[in-house]
Design a binder for this molecule. Structure first.
Ligand SMILES: NC(=O)c1ccc[n+]([C@@H]2O[C@H](COP(=O)([O-])OP(=O)(O)OC[C@H]3O[C@@H](n4cnc5c(N)ncnc54)[C@H](O)[C@@H]3O)[C@@H](O)[C@H]2O)c1
Ligand SMILES: CC(C)[C@H](C(=O)O)[C@@H](O)C(=O)O
Ligand SMILES: [Mg+2]
Length: 369
């Protein structure tokens, strides 16, 4: 089977970890007899430098003509002083909007082997398997007006806007995931203050009638932030609006132990998917061979499962990652007893070799989604 994959490395560690995705695909292709045609394009700061815009038309065209898209990360100090409409992050927001990638899935599992990496007590962090379903193309990120005003530019407005349809489709997506998992859905909002959250809650309650097998509860976002730390094991699927989901997923990464461990999938109604780590371009460690490439490699596994419908192949990557961690290898962002710290390149090599080797499933296997 031949599939075309767009790879958009972006900036900072995005460029270092993207090679992990390519190596993993090469190993999967060899072992399972698939041909992956990888085409690279710029996005973010790299695209500002090459084309003068964070999302060149050619990058968007490549993404649209591909079977799936892999993205590293965008942004960095070099472009931080640009006006907000010209920043690297705008390229990321624009590709999400242009491709209609409204459903961002961020699985948060605990790995037994990594339990020391979490600042939480092992009995709290050790038994978690949650999925954050984040709305990705609406809310404060896209509402207009969003501008500085007044004679001295000292008044500012951002707009949190959602249509009923936008909320319905993400809520339905979350119910579907909850139905196929543990049957528990937590909708996170701020309905004690925000009108948008009141409509969100109304829609969740309406849709609940179609999913009698799913138990629904509502939680205010401030309380949810606390519960993620005090009792993360209580969550199965969380559904929430764009900004709340952004913040809560970085917080939740500390349950697994590092931002460098969290992959994500962003899906459209047509089925096109973009896969990227939850983390950013990490300028503080870029170019030092210190970045954890596993979030990117695990995003590649999600791509195989959710866009290319190659579940066995995706699980082969997840199993290879697990096996490398079980043998005590980790990048500097992780902590394990008796571990061997390796760099980005070596971690990529270790995982790639084990994809080729067909490692057996381990007893504490983590399946991301
Ligand atoms: N999806 C994206 O492209 C994305 C996501 C978040 C932030 N950003 C951008 O990235 C830039 C830096 O933002 P930030 O520093 O707030 O967030 P960040 O996620 O880049 O980094 C936060 C911290 O986590 C560490 N970290 C992140 N990924 C890691 C990995 N794979 N391995 C080891 N350590 C890792 C970093 O070293 C840093 O200390 C900004 O320009 C921001 O806008 C982009
Ligand atoms: C870089 C930024 C625009 C982005 C977001 O806020 O969505 C990032 O933080 C993420 O989580 O993917
Ligand atoms: Mg974020």
């Amino acid at each position: 089977m031949k599939k075309k994959i767009a790879i958009l490395p972006g900036d900072g560690i995005g460029r270092e970890i993207a090679s992990g995705a390519a190596s993993a695909l090469e190993a999967v292709g060899k072992r399972f007899g698939h041909e992956f045609e990888l085409e690279y394009a710029n996005i973010g700061g790299a695209a500002i430098d090459s084309d003068g815009t964070p999302l060149p038309d050619s990058t968007l065209a490549l993404a649209k003509s591909s079977d799936a898209i892999l993205l590293g990360a965008v942004g960095g100090p070099k472009w931080d002083s640009l006006p907000s409409a010209e920043r690297p992050e705008r390229g990321l927001l624009a590709i999400r909007k242009e491709l209609g990638l409204f459903a961002n899935l961020r699985p948060i599992p605990s790995f037994q082997k990594l339990v020391q990496s979490s600042p939480l007590k092992p009995e709290i962090a050790g038994n978690v398997n949650m999925l954050i379903v984040r709305e990705l193309t609406g809310g404060l990120y896209f509402g207009k007006p969003s501008e500085r005003r007044g004679e001295n530019n000292d008044v500012v407005v951002d707009t949190l806007l959602y249509t009923r349809e936008e909320i319905e489709r993400i809520v339905v997506k979350a119910f579907e995931f909850a139905k196929s998992r543990d049957g528990r859905l937590t909708s996170v909002d701020k309905a004690n203050v925000l009108e948008s959250s009141r409509m969100w809650r109304e829609i969740v309650n309406e849709k609940a009638a179609d999913y009698p097998e799913v138990t629904v509860d509502h939680m205010y976002v401030d309380a949810a932030a606390m519960k993620l730390i005090s009792s993360p094991g209580q969550f199965d699927v969380i559904v929430t609006e764009n900004l709340f989901g952004d913040i809560l997923s970085d917080e939740a990464s500390m349950i697994t132990g590092s931002l460098g461990m969290l992959p994500s999938a962003s899906l459209s109604e047509s089925g096109l998917g973009l896969y990227e780590p939850v983390h950013g371009s990490a300028p503080d460690i870029a170019g030092q061979n210190k970045a954890n490439p596993l979030a990117m490699i695990l995003s590649t596994a999600l791509m195989l499962k959710y866009s290319l419908h190659l579940r066995e192949e995706g699980e082969a990557i997840e199993r290879a990652v697990q096996s490398v961690l079980n043998d005590g290898f980790c990048t500097p962002d992780l902590q394990m007893e008796g571990s061997t710290i390796v760099g980005t390149d070596q971690m990529i090599k270790l995982v790639t070799e084990r994809i080729a080797d067909d490692v057996p499933a381990s007893a504490d296997e983590v399946v991301y989604m």
